[in-house]
Design a protein around this ligand. Structure first.
Ligand SMILES: O=c1[nH]cnc2c1ncn2[C@@H]1O[C@H](CO)[C@@H](O)[C@H]1O
Ligand SMILES: [Zn+2]
Length: 377
């Protein structure tokens, strides 16, 4: 297996990391609120169940509660963010702030996902939810451009896998495909809710030449990935980290090795790699939900060195108390990555975006490559 362009360097400067152009494909709108905004919106709508109304304490509470080692417990923290995102103004504010925060972190392209069906508690329709979020994204994009940190943001609409609205949400994605919704996803507890439960929705997406990703291979193993790609036809895998279960490493291999020559891939792993199916890897989130024991044993580096199409993502910035720069910094420190590596992960992500091809190329050629050229010196 080749290791070209995989350089080993010292940890990268945080200030330079902020400048590096970054792309995030897997970031939940309801997992990225500012703690202060949760407090403000709770006061506005009279939501009295927040664990704290002190901004620092609340921020810590989310990170600690999410640090549970189980996806199910991790997901319970979303009750508080979803509770305060039930009006047009709240959704628009959260969406605008999300874009502002990403732009300030040097993100140049983002696909932000959320489940419209979770935001109907106070009478909004699915369409109203989508329109409020898109309006917030447009506000944020305008603000970021004004500050000289331009960012392009698109939406993915998610259906909850334990519920029964996935076909309706897929239709919503297609209905808003010209207004900024570029795809569809399913999320929520994975065990017991296989992707094939939602075949109808995926068939609808494919019949309409529309794109989708599936949360698979996070809390549950290889069968979930197999279903997502082989039965459902997922364009990308949300996490997909358990594809490692289908790879036999050479004896004595360690997760931070520079090469994995002699690794043997099973059929699922080969298919994912041969078809260049993007893996939306979310290192910190995976540690919190117990998908991996710690960052040192995360298969990110193995998959990267075996030339899977790996991308770096935040998943939930609030619950993981993280940013794209932080995720990249953690990976660089753990696995010795340099700018060439981070550029490759970023280009991987941009190539895998659900944005039209010409727009992807423009961002790669005019933004990402020149940005890393400066850092590479
Ligand atoms: O990592 C994850 N795995 C599975 N489901 C998730 C994850 N992060 C968030 N959500 C779920 O997706 C919904 C819509 O954004 C969130 O409300 C949460 O329940
Ligand atoms: Zn996720």
């Amino acid at each position: 297996m080749t290791v070209e362009n995989m350089t080993v360097q010292s940890p990268l400067e945080s200030s330079s990391l902020l400048l590096a152009p970054k792309v995030v494909l897997h970031d939940h709108l309801d997992g990225g609120l500012r703690p202060q905004t949760v407090i403000d919106l709770a006061a506005d709508v009279g939501y009295a169940n927040l664990p704290s109304t002190d901004v620092d304490e609340l921020g810590r509470w989310f990170a600690e509660a999410a640090n549970s080692g189980s996806l199910e417990t991790y997901l319970e923290t979303f009750a508080h963010t979803v509770a305060v995102m039930q009006t047009v103004s709240a959704l628009r504010r959260v969406a605008r702030e999300c874009v502002e925060d990403l732009a300030a972190d040097g993100v140049v392209y983002a696909e932000i996902r959320y489940a419209p069906e979770l935001h109907l508690e106070r009478g909004l329709t699915l369409d109203e939810v989508v329109e409020a979020v898109l309006a917030g994204f447009a506000d944020g994009e305008a603000d970021a451009a004004h500050r000289g940190r331009p960012i392009v943001v698109r939406a993915l609409v998610t259906a909850m896998r334990h519920a029964a609205r996935s076909r309706e949400i897929a239709e919503l994605a297609v209905r808003y495909r010209r207004q900024g919704v570029v795809g569809f996803d399913i999320a929520g507890a994975e065990a017991g809710y296989p992707p094939s439960r939602h075949l109808d929705a995926f068939d609808y997406m494919r019949a309409n030449n529309a794109r989708f990703t599936i949360h698979a291979g996070e809390a549950f193993g290889l069968p979930s990935i197999h279903e997502a790609i082989s039965f459902c036809g997922a364009d990308r895998l949300g996490h997909g980290v358990r594809v490692i279960d289908d790879i036999t490493l050479p004896p004595g291999a360690r997760p931070d090795d520079l090469s994995f020559d002699g690794a043997v891939l099973g059929d699922v792993a080969n298919y994912v790699r041969d078809k260049r199916i993007p893996l939306e890897l979310c290192p910190s989130s995976n540690v919190q939900t117990g998908a991996v024991a710690d960052l040192a044993s995360h298969p990110f580096n193995i998959l990267a060195r075996l030339r899977f199409r790996v991308t770096v993502n935040t998943d939930n910035r609030l619950m993981s108390d993280t940013t794209m720069s932080t995720e990249m910094q953690r990976l660089a420190t753990q696995f010795g990555y340099g700018w060439t590596d981070l550029q490759r992960f970023t280009v991987n992500a941009m190539k895998s975006a659900f944005l039209p091809f010409d727009e992807r190329l423009t961002i790669i050629d005019d933004v990402i490559k020149p940005g890393y050229a400066v850092l590479l010196g």
